[in-house]
Design a protein around this ligand. Structure first.
Ligand code: 5GP
Length: 214
């Protein structure tokens, strides 16, 4: 059994910020105990996406049943589809210890902050608005109308970066991965110190709490 629950890292960023690729890269490249918490959606799978790995792909009825049964920690409607965090699967991942990455949009992140005030909140941004558009267009999976809609949503999401603890600029994937890893490692190491504080002279830490490392 891990000595403490995993560190919850909430990642948001507009479509085209490259947040999913960045998180995949982080898990692959950075050795250690880190994994993504899988969330649920009513959106159809994009080519290559797998049920239970990228999302739990649900029908609207199945999603509604999860809401009714109180199985979702939070849920939201985003661009015409429902997305939500299954409570039990997140708790199960956290109980394994290590680092648990939860990639969700800004309203969801706000709700998660209420339940997990000690989680770290990280916002990923592309280097320029022009690059954001280019990335969305080069995906080729969305119509022009959908791209314009996503760009408008992106603007609204960026207005809320002040709610996050860290901002990572995803211009170059390698650099951004290192930045993200460095932030997570620094916080994780300091939390270990927090766990061990009883071995220290507590007076030294009288005016300190884990939130202050942020
Ligand atoms: P996409 O359709 O591009 O995979 O996701 C659309 C947005 O929904 C992204 O910002 C993604 O991070 C977010 N998202 C994915 N799962 C959840 C969830 O469980 N809750 C919330 N609030 N947002 C989610």
């Amino acid at each position: 059994m891990p000595s403490r629950d995993g560190l919850l890292v909430v990642i948001s960023g507009p479509a085209g910020s490259g947040k999913s690729t960045l998180v995949e890269h982080l898990i692959e490249k950075i050795p250690g105990n880190s994994r993504r918490a899988v969330t649920a959606t009513t959106r159809s799978p994009r080519p290559g996406e797998k049920d239970g790995i990228d999302y739990f792909f649900l029908t609207r009825d199945e999603f509604r049943r999860m809401i009714d049964d109180g199985e979702l920690l939070e849920y939201t409607e985003f661009n015409g589809n429902f997305y939500g965090v299954p409570r039990h699967s997140l708790e199960r991942e956290l109980a394994k210890g290590g680092v648990v990455l939860l990639v969700i949009e800004v309203d969801g992140a706000e709700s998660v902050k209420f339940f997990f005030p000690n989680a770290i909140f990280i916002f990923i941004i592309p280097p320029t608005p022009k690059e954001l558009r280019r990335r969305l267009e080069s995906r080729g999976t969305e119509s022009q109308k959908d791209i314009e809609k996503r760009l408008a949503i992106a603007r609204r999401e960026m207005e809320r970066i002040g709610e996050y603890d860290y901002l990572i600029i995803n211009d170059d994937i390698e650099t951004a991965t290192q930045d993200l890893a460095a932030v997570i490692r620094a916080v994780d190491r300091t939390l270990i110190l927090g766990d061990e504080m009883e071995n220290w002279d507590l007076g030294l830490f009288a005016n300190w709490n884990t939130r202050q490392i942020l």
